[in-house]
Design a protein around this ligand. Structure first.
Ligand code: FAD
Length: 452
């Protein structure tokens, strides 16, 4: 069976007039590599402070994860908050929660200040269970989040029903901060704001190598840029250009989008609050409504390619898995066609936390990456933090991220570890799904009765 596949995503198309690719030797105060949320936010913030900025983008701005993601603007940070607390202790975990909250607030501020029309709906996101056995885990997550200063609320099954959430989602933790946006419009607006502010953007300009020094020299096929400082904003792609390949690895995740729901279908699922939903699986499923009344969802599978390469493209096995999961969660929408699938790469650090820092003898090559699939807010804030670092200012929020940076093991151990870990996680999730299926097929009323 063939699956309809988008090379980039359902959110964004290449601009009709891409910015010219780099030609010859050029100079700038700062060269930024990568035009996603991190790079564009850094470039815009620097330009607004009068700095001459040149951005190099291998494809077009937003062609990376920033134009492909699901658009949940979320204060989620780390693997989960109980793990964060165990790993880092109360004080640091609180600071990380503040960082993630600040990232959401900062992004909302950017959207407002630049009057970005990205359909932002500040309705929050819900981490939801599909089986009552996850209720204890979610209650604990809510308790820990509150203890660490998070803005959350546990939602019992009755509250979930009162809010009209689709019935497959039993209880949950509502993240009150954040909501949903159109990531393609958001990144396209950042691109326009950067160009309007005078940022020199070169698209279709792939960086091949970086010579750290003063000046730092960045080489593309068509030319070279020398600059006083560089900002490396290539997130999941960083290892591919040999930049800190042991700190961040690319994982391929996939999404689907349905055809638009008609009025009876919308009425059948409820979901009037239009909150984003992710599930409490080990490898989560995500679902959201869009402004065009489609549902976008996916993940559930993460793919790593040997050697930290980018696991490419069309992946029927994964597409079937995420479509099947969707059909189980939304039986009311039986037969609704899926109009397309796509995927992209998230950047994962070993502790699931972003890394911000500087390398080079001259301490002038700054970097920010590793948002573990939560980068809509965090990458936006990180861009501003990097801009501050370049001009010699310390941003209050970055202190939370200062820590010993762990390295991923070398191959073949890394690939073997990925296989062993994902196999275990998928097995746990498959069991949860079997149990959830049983609840609905054998005792349709059970999920409601089983929770409080
Ligand atoms: C399918 C998917 C769903 C996601 N869902 C969510 C979500 O709902 N909520 C959330 O918070 N996060 C989500 N994320 C994560 C989020 O999208 C990212 O964390 C965020 O976009 C990272 O932004 P960035 O600018 O750092 O990286 P990117 O947007 O990936 O930008 C990096 C840029 O660098 C460019 N580049 C790479 N190599 C080179 C080179 N050699 N020379 C020049 N340019 C180069 C790339 O083309 C790219 O444009 C999702 C990610 C994916 C893939």
């Amino acid at each position: 069976m063939a699956f309809p596949f988008e090379k980039i995503s359902g959110w964004i198309r290449e601009p009709a007039n891409p910015c010219p690719s780099l030609k010859g030797d050029q100079h700038a105060d700062v060269v930024v590599i990568g035009a996603g949320y991190t790079g564009l936010s850094a470039a815009l913030s620097l330009r607004e402070q009068g700095v001459d900025v040149l951005v190099l983008e291998r494809d077009f701005a937003g062609a990376g994860a920033s134009g492909r993601n699901a658009g949940h603007l979320t204060p989620t940070i780390g693997k989960d908050l109980p793990t964060l607390l165990r790993m880092f202790g109360e004080e640091r975990a609180q600071a990380l929660v503040r960082f993630a909250d600040e990232a959401v607030e900062h992004t909302e501020h950017v959207i407002e200040r630049l009057r970005i029309e990205c359909g932002y709906e500040p309705n929050g996101n819900i981490l939801a269970s599909v089986h009552p056995k996850h209720e204890k885990r979610l209650r604990e997550a809510a308790t820990v989040a509150l203890r660490l200063g998070g803005q959350v609320r546990f939602l019992s099954s009755d509250e979930m029903r009162e809010r009209g959430l689709p019935r497959a989602f039993l209880c949950g933790v509502l993240e009150k901060r954040g909501g949903l946006l159109d990531p393609g419009r958001y990144v396209t607006a950042l691109r326009k704001a950067a160009i309007d502010a005078g940022v020199r953007l070169h698209e279709h300009s792939t960086v091949q190598s970086i010579d750290k020094g003063k000046p730092v020299r960045v080489h593309c096929d068509g030319g070279t840029v020398s600059a006083d400082s560089a900002v490396v904003a290539t997130n999941a792609y960083s290892g591919v250009i040999g930049f800190m390949p042991r700190k961040v690895v690319p994982l391929r995740v996939s999404l689907f989008e349905t055809e638009p729901l008609g009025t009876p279908q919308l009425a059948a699922i409820g979901w009037n609050g239009r909150e984003g939903i992710y599930t409490s699986h080990e490898v989560l499923e995500s679902y959201r409504l869009t402004a065009r009344n489609t549902i976008i969802g996916g993940s559930k599978v993460v793919r790593y390619a040997y050697g930290g390469k980018l696991a490419e493209g069309y992946d029927p096995g994964t597409f079937q898995i995420i479509e099947n999961a969707f059909r189980e969660r939304f039986p009311e929408l039986e037969g609704i066609p899926v109009q397309r699938f796509w995927g992209g790469w998230i950047g994962l650090t070993l502790d699931f936390l972003p890394m911000i820092g500087v390398v080079g003898d001259q301490k002038n090559v700054h970097y920010g990456f590793g948002y573990a699939g939560h980068g809509v807010a965090q990458a936006t804030l990180t861009g501003s933090i990097l801009a501050d670092r370049v001009v010699g200012r310390a941003h209050e929020c970055e202190k939370a991220l200062a820590r010993r940076l762990w390295s991923w093991p070398l191959e073949p151990l890394r690939y073997a570890a990925y296989q062993a870990i994902t196999r275990t996680l998928y097995a746990v999730d498959a069991r949860t799904d079997r149990q959830a299926r049983k609840l609905w097929t054998e005792k349709p009323a059970a999920p409601r009765r089983a929770s409080v």
